[in-house]
Design a protein around this ligand. Structure first.
Ligand code: ZN
Length: 271
């Protein structure tokens, strides 16, 4: 039996892989572009438009739609607070998940950036999601936390000169920050010795590893940090007193960036 166009029921060519005829495909593509342009222009994706997209397209195209809007907003500048809200509305309207849109990598660092630039302080972070309480010192505020594996650096340095590693966290007022693009190199495993595993927490006073059962805690006061460097897969910290180095392996570049932004703000300030 001949296959029929899903839209107009016209007979499709015998070996067509498409579900719609050429004419209908053209109409749908044009409508897609129209909705995209209107969304960018009016800064809203209405219910009818979202419904049309969900009806005509599979998830990969809905993600592409989101990506195109994101790319347009990002071109030439950072993503603002309003734009983040706009993007999250599009995500919800199209029924996409935080994973689909790469929220942690592509949006979350901007929440920190906007907050820092706007208020000249770091956002507060709720540890509740991790299901534990840490004992904080007086006036100690938590700014971010993420699962990490702590590794001691066995050799004097990892052998990467500054120019080769691409993760830079310095926040400069009025300068553009581009989340997820700081793809530095990864750190060589055999130069590291695993010491602990848990949740790495940054507060206004220290970096703290709250350990998983069977692991030991680790606390590094911020004023003892000599250098820090971000990599694709984690963050490297050298302590001033002992010159001991730690590598906190983190499997999310967005989380690495946020730790870097927090360290940059707490150690260097916005300048
Ligand atoms: Zn058709």
């Amino acid at each position: 039996m001949a296959k029929l166009c899903k839209e107009c029921s016209k007979k499709l060519p015998q070996f067509s892989h498409s579900l719609v005829c050429e004419d209908c495909s053209k109409i749908i593509t044009e409508k897609y572009e129209e909705i995209k342009n209107e969304t960018l222009e009016k800064f809203v994706l209405d219910k009818k438009q979202a419904g049309y997209l969900k009806d005509k397209f599979e998830k990969d195209m809905l993600i592409k739609f989101y990506d195109e809007i994101y790319g347009k907003l990002l071109s030439g500048k950072e993503i603002s607070k309003n734009e983040i809200e706009f993007l999250l509305k599009i995500k919800d309207s199209l029924g996409l998940s935080v994973e689909d849109i790469g929220f942690d990598e592509r949006i979350k660092p901007y929440i920190y950036i906007n907050f820092i630039k706007g208020k000249n302080e770091l956002p507060k972070f709720k540890l509740d999601a991790f299901g534990f309480n840490i004992i904080l010192k007086e006036d100690e505020k938590v700014h971010f936390a993420y699962a990490a594996t702590a590794k001691e650096i066995k050799i004097k340095n990892l052998g990467y000169s500054g120019g080769r590693s691409g993760v830079s966290f310095k926040i400069i007022k009025d300068a553009r920050y581009s989340a997820g693009t700081h793809k530095g190199i990864t750190v060589d495993e055999d130069k590291l010795l695993q010491t602990s595993k848990g949740v790495l927490i940054i507060t206004g006073k220290r970096l703290l590893l709250s350990p998983l059962p069977g692991n030991r805690p680790l606390s590094i006061p911020l004023d003892s940090i000599l250098t820090y460097q971000g990599y694709q897969n984690g963050i490297e910290i050298y302590k001033e007193d002992t010159k001991r180095g730690f590598f906190f392996e983190i499997d999310n570049i967005g989380a690495v960036e946020i730790f870097g932004l927090c360290l940059s703000f707490l150690l260097l300030g916005v300048s």
